[in-house]
Design a protein. Structure first.
Lengths: 114, 115
């Protein structure tokens, strides 16, 4: 069974700080890893990572994957109060199993204080 | 275009009552997923539809839970004889067929509270 573990579970920082969120995984036939941002209820897609060592970047957010050590990190620089959310890491199943659901970690709750 | 929509946004019900939650996927998305998220927990998969059929129901927690999808579009998740442990946010997601399971677009969710 696929397993995704995120740390820390929660984090409180001040505006302007840089944060690093961690996601480790144990999956059969790894294909990709996804990061979502969840504010209130609906998760919104941030990144999909498939190749080790290649950083994905979007504004102040960036993410990188280490397939050898089986983890990914999500970095947020110069944090703003609008970054406050739960950040979810997920892996998709192997396609030939018939399963289609993502396996999610429990998330990291980030709170950015002014 | 319109995203995934869900209704109601909030539902409070008494223990033992039945509830129906509705999901309207993005037009043209043939794959539809239901997840639930209990307080402080990650997303838990419930059921996946491809068209009107459900090839993966492995996440439904008990036979009190059922779901259907009609016309390859709207889906309804029904919880019979609700229990307090059913309280959670129920999220629906959809994706285009053939693009893998990972580009899923989520609806705003329904927050279910069972008293």
């Amino acid at each position: 069974e696929d397993k995704v573990v995120q740390s820390p579970l929660s984090l409180v920082v001040h505006e302007g700080d840089t944060v690093t969120l961690n996601c480790s995984y144990e999956v059969t036939n790894f294909r990709s890893l996804l990061w979502y941002k969840q504010e209130k209820k609906a998760p919104t897609f941030l990144f999909m990572l498939t190749s080790s060592g290649i950083e994905k970047k979007s504004g102040r957010l960036s993410s990188i994957l280490d397939k050898k050590e089986l983890f990914s990190i999500l970095n947020i620089t110069a944090t703003q109060t609008g970054d406050s959310a739960v950040y979810l890491c997920a892996v998709p199943p192997v396609m030939d199993t018939g399963r289609r659901a993502l396996t999610f970690g429990s998330g990291t709750r980030l709170q950015v204080q002014p | 275009g319109a995203g995934v929509s869900q209704s109601p946004s909030n539902k409070v019900t008494e223990k033992g009552k039945d509830v129906e939650l509705r999901c309207d996927p993005i037009s043209g998305h043939t794959a539809l997923y239901w997840y639930r998220q209990s307080l402080g927990q990650g997303l838990e998969f419930l059921i996946y539809f491809q068209g009107n059929s459900a090839p993966d129901k492995s996440g439904l927690p008990s036979d009190r839970f059922s779901a259907e999808r009609t016309g390859g579009s709207v889906s309804t998740l029904t919880i019979q004889r609700t229990q307090q442990e059913d309280s959670a946010v129920y999220l629906c997601a959809s994706s285009l067929a053939g693009r893998g399971p990972y580009e899923q677009y989520f609806g705003p969710g329904t927050r279910l509270t069972v008293t």
